[in-house]
Design a protein. Structure first.
Length: 190
């Protein structure tokens, strides 16, 4: 029954899209204030923990925290293709990649709302699927740095504090707290 509900397959890739180009929504100074840290000795470690916390928030919510380019590759499609990340600022390019080469796929209808964003073929059908064929969708997703929801910032601070206080692991309390903070932003299962 589950197979009939899915209209696409995503080629397995890393869970988190490309790195943030415009900076993190939480700074090292924000974390130091939040955690009452006075020394600068661990600034590099704190910066790394902020990135880890942001990635966790993105995976948990299905939302890109800070706007950047994302590409998804689909090796099977049906009536539509559904994009996993949100919020989507723009669909930048759709390419059909086959054994005979790559060609832009411009004949598409896109529905940004409701989530998930769906791409439908304008002609009623996507190109015929052959083994090895892929549709690539390149898009821009995420919030502008100044529009990142406060609950996401709070979850990143909470997780970063947990990662710093329990360096050997065992930061389940911080994860539970972050889940509670983000419960209304959790992505729906397709």
């Amino acid at each position: 029954m589950l197979a009939t509900l899915l209209a696409f397959d995503i080629i397995p890739q890393d869970e988190v899209p490309a790195p943030v180009a415009s900076g993190e929504p939480v700074t090292v100074d924000d974390v130091k204030l939040h955690c009452r840290i006075d020394l600068d000795v661990e600034d590099a470690l704190i910066a790394q923990k902020i990135k880890s916390a942001r990635e966790w928030v993105e995976i948990f919510t299905g939302r890109i925290v800070v706007r950047r380019s994302v590409s998804e590759f689909f090796n099977r499609w049906g009536a539509y293709i559904a994009l996993r990340w949100r919020p989507i600022a723009s669909i930048d390019q759709i390419n059909y990649l086959s054994s005979s080469g790559s060609e832009p796929y411009a004949a598409a209808r896109i529905t940004l709302e409701p989530y998930p964003t769906r791409i439908y073929p304008a002609s009623g059908r996507f190109p015929s699927h052959q083994p090895g064929d892929v549709i690539e969708v390149a898009y821009t997703a995420g919030y502008s740095l100044e529009d990142v929801p406060h609950v996401m910032i709070e979850a990143i601070l909470t997780l970063t504090g947990g990662l710093l206080s329990k360096r050997e692991g065992g930061y389940e309390e911080a994860i539970t707290s972050a889940k509670n903070i983000l419960r209304d932003m959790r992505r729906r299962v397709l």
